[in-house]
Design a protein around this ligand. Structure first.
Ligand code: C2O
Length: 570
């Protein structure tokens, strides 16, 4: 195993797009940031030098971080944020997983521009892929272009103001030629291919706000992995990917090589009436190297794929329903759960100025709309407080196993009130205005015994105006056992669980007005954030911390913090 070392200088650089020059916070001057390439078993060291004006952390999305929660990179959960002009070094091993993951800033919307791919190659080389060895491997990162100060957007959302949208979508940092300003077309990403060869696209949805359709005119995808877990190969002409997810797909360059073909990404939006969000597709070009005429051919000669309807959320549901885990690589799914959690995902309201003066149904001036799980909205501890992991670690040392952090609110295993979750007359922004439930705000956590097998059913509610929810768990992969539309019903739906070859994921899309059931083994001691990977839902509080207790032995217990862990503190 090798040691892979990087230095990430985070700073603001000026970029001009759509006729506007703006400062963006990026890593090493690049957007997307540098790709980290490792072989399974390698150890990674990343020195983060924060020359930006913001507090930040970097999270290694999907990396197990076994017994290494200290390096998970979540502000105030696993560490204090890295202050401007401070440095921090992350150290982790990449073991027991291969495929595509990514890294990103974890807070204040900064991940919109602070992100990059993390590629894990198999120990025994490409010959050990459970699919034909590709000619080349190419990261395809879907993102958004924001002509905004992202930390300001975050503050707006946290305070209940929702007028910020991105100006467009990007593929590998480029807007593409659907965008122009004063007649000047934006550059698009160009993927050069050779006829007959096979390419492995490592597709990452790094966007803050949208799930996407991705299509290439004249070509098909064979999806072979997701979230660094192999899948049964599935051939499709459209990929559907939610924020936080990765999908590895093979594309054979088998179209007539004289042509050029657009690769288009289009956001999927909640169905009407939520139509205010502008629709911004982006496109890249697939170009055959043998095509000598390609440089001269007019833009009209490029073939555009026919995209699904922008509100076709059912297409997303079926796409996911077709994915299964690759059986021969499959870890065994525990036959039954020790613990069950039923978690509703919704919106609620809290009083803007505290106190009891804002009554239910009060207007938006008085109350703030927050997102919640089981009607509790996650409150990130103040930067002056002790991070949850540190509090857990030291309190536990003093008080013995089972001690909490002292200020957490235990996540109930059900919402406080049962109702017909998917009844659309409960929609908060309908004609009757603001039927939001009063919500409490807390550091909401749930503790699990080491080694417990846990079932979580995520239930989307009509409170969300039809948004789906890509739910992401840190430090563990989950088996996606089943998904459905409508209200989850254990008596009926447990029979649908796939216990044979479910996909293993770190991010699971809970369908709009539906549910998803997952199972995981809580075998990684530490404090792990579980949250919606739509950035606005995260900043509004759709999150909880899963605290996994130590196991009985040293090598199932969280070690002390690394020696230089407190570097970078004020
Ligand atoms: Cu990719 Cu907690 O995030």
């Amino acid at each position: 195993a090798a040691a892979v070392e990087h230095t990430f200088v985070v700073s603001q650089v000026n970029m001009t797009h759509l006729c506007k020059e703006m400062a963006f916070t990026v890593v090493n001057g690049q957007l997307p940031g540098p790709t980290i390439e490792v072989t399974e078993g390698d150890s990674v060291t990343v020195h983060v030098v924060n020359k930006s004006p913001y507090n930040l952390t970097i999270h290694w999305h999907g990396v197990y971080q076994l017994l290494n929660c200290w390096n998970d990179g979540v502000p105030m959960i696993t560490q204090r944020p890295i202050l401007p002009n401070h440095n921090f070094t992350y150290r982790f091993d990449v073991a027991g997983q291969e495929g595509t993951l990514w890294w990103h800033a974890h807070d204040a919307f900064l991940r919109g521009t602070v992100h990059g791919a993390l590629i894990i190659r198999p120990r025994h080389g490409a010959a050990s892929y459970p699919f034909p060895k590709p000619h080349r491997e190419i990261p395809v990162i879907i993102g958004e272009w924001w002509e905004k100060d992202l930390p300001q957007v975050d503050r707006n959302m946290t305070n209940g103001y929702f007028d910020d949208y991105s100006s467009g979508s990007t593929i590998n940092g480029k807007l593409g030629d659907l965008f122009n300003c004063s007649g000047v077309l934006e550059d698009g990403y160009v993927l050069d291919v050779e006829p007959g060869k096979t390419y492995l696209l490592r597709i990452i949805n790094a966007a803050l706000f949208s799930e996407y359709f991705l299509k290439i005119a004249g070509h098909k995808f064979t999806v072979v992995a997701s979230d660094a877990n192999y899948l049964t190969p599935y051939t499709t002409d459209v990929i559907v990917i939610a924020p936080g997810e990765t999908l590895d797909a093979l594309v054979v360059a088998d179209a007539p090589p004289a042509g050029r073909y657009y690769m288009a990404a289009q956001p999927i939006q909640a169905p009407p009436p939520d139509t205010q969000t502008p629709e911004y597709a982006t496109r890249a070009t697939v170009q055959y190297s043998s095509s000598s005429s390609s440089k001269n051919s007019s833009r009209d000669a490029v073939v555009m794929p026919e995209m699904p309807h922008q509100h076709d959320t059912i297409r997303s549901f079926y796409f996911r329903g077709n994915l299964t885990g690759a059986r021969h690589r499959h870890r065994h799914v525990p036959a039954r759960a020790d613990e069950r959690l039923f978690v509703t995902l919704g919106l609620g309201s809290v009083c803007r100025h505290g106190g009891a003066s804002c009554k239910r149904g009060g207007n938006l001036q008085e109350s703030i709309v927050v997102a919640n799980v089981n009607n509790v909205s996650f409150h990130i501890p103040a930067a002056t407080a002790t991070p949850i992991l540190e509090a857990h670690y030291y309190r536990r040392r003093r008080a013995g196993a089972g001690a909490g952090t002292g200020n957490e609110h235990e996540l109930a295993d059900r919402p406080p009130r049962a109702y017909n979750y998917t009844d659309q007359t409960l929609t908060p922004f309908g004609p009757e205005e603001m039927r939001l439930e009063p919500t409490s705000r807390a550091v909401v956590a749930r503790r699990f015994r080491h080694g417990a097998t846990v079932d979580v059913v995520f239930q989307s509610t009509a409170m969300l105006q039809g948004d789906s929810n890509p739910m992401h768990l840190h430090g563990h992969d989950v088996f996606l056992l089943a998904q459905g539309i409508g209200n989850y019903d254990a008596a009926r739906d447990e029979a649908k669980y796939n216990l044979v070859n479910p996909p293993r994921k770190n991010t699971v899309l809970v369908p709009n007005l539906g549910w998803a059931a997952v199972r995981f083994v809580a075998d990684n001691p530490g404090a792990w954030l579980m949250h919606c990977h739509f950035e606005f839902h995260l900043s509004m509080g759709m999150a909880a911390v899963f605290i996994v207790e130590d196991g009985p032995t040293m090598d199932t217990s969280l070690p002390p913090p690394p020696e230089d862990f407190l570097d970078g503190r004020p």
